[in-house]
Every structure is written in structure tokens, then in C-alpha cells.
Design a protein around this ligand. Structure first.
Ligand code: SF4
Ligand code: SF4
Length: 165
């Protein structure tokens, strides 16, 4: 190993030690601790079936091909014509918010849910009937402590209990 490379390694190790000994951690102990997320956070999306006017704008504007219009079979049979409604594929969604912003009836809304695990690829695709059921709730082994990120002049970031205790 060259001398300059060894110096770079030593500096990296020293930096690691500095932050190890420097007091509060920058990371939280998820899932025992969960961060309270700010208003406007872009998590999984809620869909309001009743207010949706099936205009397709959300699917048209989606840059990731995550929001698509699916044939709504029951409605199509009832109305005797093809009726389509939006569904979402979370393996593709980049949470840009275009679909939420463009919806003329506010039928799409971001929630703060982001920490959901799936067993299969298919489970992450929500056709309209699944989409309307709402976002899944994260399952914690035990109720987590809620923490809030606050800016710290010295370290840049620290966490404190969200309930102020
Ligand atoms: S948030 Fe963006 S990427 Fe995700 S479905 Fe909406 S438009 Fe598509
Ligand atoms: S969710 Fe909104 S943008 Fe999408 S089809 Fe329904 S009304 Fe149109």
C-alpha cells in the first residue's frame, strides 16, 4: 500500500473514532425509535375512490410509469362501457408528487407511511381495488419511541423525544 493511501485510511479511521466518541449518534435505533416526519412528507399515497373522476391525468403525468389506469371490471360491466381507474406500482414510484399535484379533485394524497416491507414484487402493485383500501400500517414488534430531528449547530443534526419528555 502506498504511503498516501495509508494516510487516507488512517484519516478515515480517525474520523470514525471522532464521531464514535463525539456524543449523540446521528442515526436512530429503528424500529425501537421512529422519526416523526414533517408535514408535507411524501410517503405512500391514499386514493379516494368516490371523488376520483377517472380523468387519467395522474397516469399521464407520472414520469416513472408507476401510476397507470386499470380497467375497473365491475363498473365497466355495470355501465356497459370501459371504465378505468388509477392504480400504483410502488416498485417504480419515485414519490415525485406529480400525480398528487395534478389531480383536479384532490383524490390522491400523500401519507407519512414509508416503512412497509413486502415479501413479493407483486404485493407492491396496487390495482384500483387494492389502492382504495388505503395504505398498509407498519407493524412494529413493540410500540416505538417517537423522536424528532432538530438541527444542532455543532453536529448538524440530533434527535429528541417527539413528545417533549
Ligand atoms: S409520486 Fe410521481 S412517480 Fe409516484 S406515482 Fe405519482 S407521479 Fe408517479
Ligand atoms: S386520481 Fe385524480 S388525476 Fe387520477 S384519475 Fe382520479 S381524478 Fe384524475
Amino acid at each position: 500500500m502506498s504511503v498516501s493511501r495509508a494516510i487516507r485510511h488512517a484519516k478515515a479511521i480517525l474520523t470514525g473514532f471522532k464521531y464514535l466518541l463525539a456524543g449523540p449518534r446521528l442515526t436512530i435505533m429503528y424500529p425501537d425509535e421512529v422519526q416523526e416526519l414533517p408535514e408535507g412528507y411524501r410517503g405512500m399515497i391514499e386514493y379516494d375512490w368516490d371523488s376520483c373522476i377517472k380523468c387519467s391525468l395522474c397516469a399521464m403525468v407520472c414520469p416513472a410509469d408507476a401510476m397507470k389506469m386499470y380497467v375497473s371490471r365491475e363498473e365497466s360491466e355495470r355501465e356497459g362501457k370501459v371504465v378505468k381507474r388509477p392504480g400504483i406500482n410502488y416498485t417504480r414510484c419515485i414519490f415525485c408528487g406529480f400525480c398528487v399535484d395534478i389531480c383536479p379533485t384532490d383524490s390522491l394524497k400523500f401519507t407519512k407511511v414509508h416503512d412497509v416491507a413486502y415479501y413479493t414484487y407483486e404485493e407492491q402493485i396496487y390495482p384500483p381495488v387494492e389502492f382504495r383500501k388505503g395504505v398498509p400500517k407498519p407493524l412494529y414488534f413493540r410500540e416505538p419511541r417517537r423522536v424528532r430531528a432538530v438541527l444542532d449547530e455543532r453536529r448538524g443534526m440530533r434527535y429528541e423525544p417527539a413528545d417533549g419528555s
